[in-house]
Design a protein around this ligand. Structure first.
Ligand code: FES
Length: 158
C-alpha cells in the first residue's frame, strides 16, 4: 500500500504548505513529518513527498541523502548519537563510543537485535562546553561518564 500521512499529519502538512512561498520550500519539514510517522524515509515516502510538492523523486532523494538526520533505513525505537568531534573526542568520546558498542553488542550505525537502540555518531552538536555528550532521541546528555552512559542505556533497554 502506498505511503499516506495520518489525518492529523495531513492537517499539519496543510499548515506547513501555507507557511512557504513555494511547495518546494516545504520539502524538509514534510520529510520530518513523514519520518515522525514512519521512523525512516522509504522509497514510498520519497514518492509521496515528490508527488505532494511537485518535485522529481531524485531531488527528494538528494535531500534525504544529504542530511544525516533523515534515516535511510529502519531504526530502533531509540536513537543514540555520540558526538565525536574534537572537543568531545578530547574529553573521551572515543572510549565512550567503544563502551556503547561493547555494551550494546553492535557497531555505530547498527541497531540492537531487540530493535530498541540504534547507535550512531554525530558531528558537533553545539554542546562542546559540556563534552563529552550524546543525544538520545531529542534530549542532550552532557558531561558523560561511563557510569552515566550505562544508566542511560539500561533505561532505554528496559
Ligand atoms: S564537539 Fe561535541 S558537542 Fe561540540
Amino acid at each position: 500500500m502506498p505511503f499516506a500521512l495520518s489525518p492529523d499529519r495531513e492537517r499539519t502538512l496543510e499548515d506547513i504548505l501555507k507557511r512557504y512561498p513555494t511547495k518546494m520550500a516545504a520539502c524538509i519539514p514534510l520529510l520530518h513529518l513523514c519520518q515522525e510517522q514512519e521512523g525512516w524515509i522509504s522509497e514510498d515516502v520519497i514518492q509521496f513527498v515528490a508527488h505532494r510538492i511537485d518535485l522529481p523523486p531524485a531531488h527528494v532523494q538528494g535531500v534525504v541523502t544529504f542530511y544525516t538526520l533523515f534515516n535511510q533505513k529502519p531504526v530502533g525505537k531509540h536513537q543514540v548519537w555520540v558526538c565525536r568531534t574534537l572537543p568531545c573526542a578530547l574529553r573521551g568520546a572515543g572510549s565512550l563510543l567503544a563502551h556503547c558498542e561493547k555494551k550494546l553488542g553492535i557497531h555505530a550505525g547498527e541497531t540492537t537485535a531487540d530493535g530498541k537502540i540504534t547507535l550512531r555518531t554525530a558531528e558537533c552538536l553545539a554542546s562542546c562546553g559540556t563534552a563529552p555528550m550524546m543525544q538520545v532521541d531529542k534530549d542532550y546528555h552532557e558531561n558523560l561518564t561511563v557510569e552515566r552512559v550505562d544508566a542511560l542505556l539500561e533505561k532505554l533497554r528496559s
